[in-house]
Every structure is written in structure tokens, then in C-alpha cells.
Write a protein that binds this ligand. Structure first.
Ligand code: TRP
Length: 332
């Protein structure tokens, strides 16, 4: 039998999932369900590098799981789990801390950004976070790690640490590749078309659970461009706002840019923006309804995350045992 390639990724439950998470990540995960052996998790251990409200973190972690499933990730075919339920992440994270250099961690741009943003809480975890991320990845011996542009540097570091470890102890870790999907990769903020959609700019961010009228309002206020052309044309360099709306429309309707240009020829942005809003509302409606239904079924959610943690621990434990043996810990 042909072994499937292994794919793994995670999202931090530090904010509500939004359209950028869905179109840029989760939708692609769903499409790859049958092709790969998949592990997707809620990266809750990572979120406490920044102060969290405990009740909100707990709620968002479960909501994120319900939304993964509502987006079409079938828990029978994908291993879905909560990171803190699989203790091997923290354990391998510690080991990798000792194989990652201070200088390497100092170069991480996300550390520089986050420490500039949270000056009152530049903690050790924020600094060593890439070691935990490397552990998340290497435990499952994945072939591919689908991540956005902003996480590529962490996957690079993971590869370097894995190679260093393998150089000392033999082939313990598979060296993973970052996996950047061809289409729909980067959804930008509706009010900031030059930076990616983010919960920190809520006016430009459409959340998966948002009410249709709020979604429509955000699309009507989306930035188009500063020229006076008022024409729907794909030109990301000069019309980034329009290009972003076209990418969103294309992702949710399956239409090509040429088809979209033809559909809105002579219409102007006044017609285009609400049309994109409508298409997004209709895409998100069944997801919102299904997520609400799943979230109410606590027993089902629990059965999913328990089974997920069990499957994940089994695989993670094999790698961790090997690592412990290699570094010289006594077997118990
Ligand atoms: N660091 C990622 C982010 O902030 C989330 C994450 C944690 C992750 N562990 C991972 C992504 C492992 C891919 C693989 O977006």
C-alpha cells in the first residue's frame, strides 16, 4: 500500500477565525483531506506567550475546533486535536530549546515584532516559541507544513534544528518542507490592502461567525483604490484593494479574474463591493450555522478532541521516545 505524505499545521486560538484563515488555510486543508495524512491542531500552548483571558481562551479553543469541522474538515479523516492535550509537544519543546542557538532565536522577525508590541511582557516563552513550534512539527515527521509567508522563517529554523539534531544522533527527524499553496494564499485586510487580514484591525477583518449585515457593511466600506478609474480590473501593483476583493470573490465563487472583469465591466465599485459581500455571506452562512450547531453539542466536540489527542499522542510518543533515547535519558 502507498503511504500517504504527512501534512501538519496549527492556528493559535488567540482570536476568532476569519476569512483570511478560511480562504488562506482551512479551505485548502479540506481540499487535501484524501491526498495526505493530516494533523491539524489548536495551538493553545503558543497563545500564552501573550497574556490571555482564561475564559476567552477556553471558549475560543472549542469554537475553533467547531469551526474547523464546520468548514468541512472531517474529524474521521483528519486528526484534529488541542495542542496542550498532547504533552509530548512541551517535552520535545524543552529538548529542542537546548539545540537552538540564542543567535538564531534573536533573528526571528516575529519575535522582534511581538516584543516591540508587548514591551511590558517580553517573556522567555515569546523568545523560545520557535522551539515549541519546531517540536509541534517534528513530532509527527511531516513531509509538508502549510504556512503563510509570516511563518516561513520558523519552518526554516525547524529544518535547521532538525538537521543539527540528525547530524549529532543519526536520522531521527524527517526534514519538512514549507508548503505554500498556489491559489488563494494571501487575503489582505479590507481597509489595509497592503497587509494581511488580521483580527487586530477589525474593520477590515471578516470573522467566520459574523452576522451577514456586519459582513456587508465591511465590504461596502472596503478600500478600493485611489485612482478615478472605477473599473474592476486585476492589477495588484496599482490597485491592491480591488485585486484583494477580486481574489476573495474568485476564491468563494470559483470564477477566474477574466470572468470577474467581464461580469463587472462598466459597473464600477458601487456594484462590485456588495456583490463580493453577498458571495462571502452565502459562503459563510452554512459554516456559521453548522459551527453553532456543533458547538451546542458538547459531548460530540469532546469525543472529537479526545480521539484526536489519542491518535496524535500515539504518533508523537514514538518520536519523543527516540529522542529521549538518543540524548541519553534512562527508559522508564
Ligand atoms: N506559529 C503559528 C502561527 O502563529 C501557529 C503554529 C504553531 C504552527 N505551531 C505550528 C503552524 C506548527 C504550523 C506548524 O500562526
Amino acid at each position: 500500500m502507498d503511504e500517504k505524505k504527512v501534512m501538519l499545521s496549527g492556528i493559535q486560538p488567540s482570536g476568532d477565525l476569519h476569512l483570511g484563515n478560511y480562504l488562506g488555510a482551512i479551505k485548502n486543508w479540506v481540499e487535501r483531506t484524501d491526498e495526505f495524512d493530516n494533523y491539524y491542531f489548536m495551538a493553545d500552548l503558543h497563545t500564552i506567550t501573550v497574556r490571555q483571558n482564561p475564559a476567552d481562551l477556553r471558549r475560543r479553543t472549542l469554537e475553533q475546533l467547531a469551526q474547523y469541522i464546520a468548514c468541512g474538515l472531517d474529524p474521521e479523516k483528519n486528526t484534529l486535536f488541542i495542542q496542550s492535550h498532547v504533552h509530548q509537544h512541551a517535552e520535545l519543546g524543552w529538548v529542542l530549546n537546548c539545540y537552538t542557538m540564542f543567535g538564531e532565536l534573536s533573528r526571528m522577525t516575529q519575535f522582534k515584532d511581538k516584543s516591540a508590541k508587548h514591551k511590558e511582557n517580553i517573556n522567555g516563552g515569546l523568545f523560545t516559541y520557535p522551539c515549541l513550534m519546531a517540536a509541534d512539527i517534528l513530532l509527527y515527521q511531516p513531509d509538508f507544513v502549510p504556512v503563510g509567508e509570516d511563518q516561513k522563517q520558523h519552518v526554516e529554523l525547524t529544518r535547521n534544528v532538525a538537521q543539527r539534531f540528525n547530524g549529532l544522533y543519526g536520522d531521527v527527524f524527517k526534514i519538512p518542507e514549507p508548503y505554500i499553496p498556489k491559489a488563494g494564499a494571501r487575503i489582505m485586510g479590507l481597509t489595509t490592502p497592503d497587509s494581511k487580514m488580521s483580527k487586530s484591525i477589525p474593520d477590515g477583518c471578516v470573522f467566520l461567525m459574523e452576522k451577514p449585515e456586519d459582513i456587508q457593511r465591511k465590504f461596502k466600506r472596503a478600500i478600493t483604490d485611489s485612482d478615478t478609474e472605477n473599473c474592476v480590473r486585476y492589477d495588484p501593483a496599482n490597485k491592491p484593494g480591488v485585486a484583494n476583493l477580486m481574489s476573495i470573490y474568485s476564491a468563494v465563487t470559483g470564477k477566474t479574474f477574466e470572468e470577474i472583469e467581464a461580469e463587472f465591466a462598466g459597473c464600477g465599485y458601487g456594484k462590485f463591493k456588495p456583490a463580493v459581500g453577498d458571495a462571502v455571506v452565502e459562503t459563510l452562512r452554512p459554516i456559521r450555522e453548522e459551527a453553532t450547531r456543533i458547538l451546542a453539542d458538547k459531548a460530540y466536540l469532546e469525543s472529537v478532541y479526545k480521539a484526536g489527542a489519542e491518535k496524535a499522542s500515539y504518533v508523537a510518543n514514538k518520536t519523543l521516545r527516540k529522542v529521549y533515547k538518543k540524548v541519553g535519558f534512562v527508559a522508564r
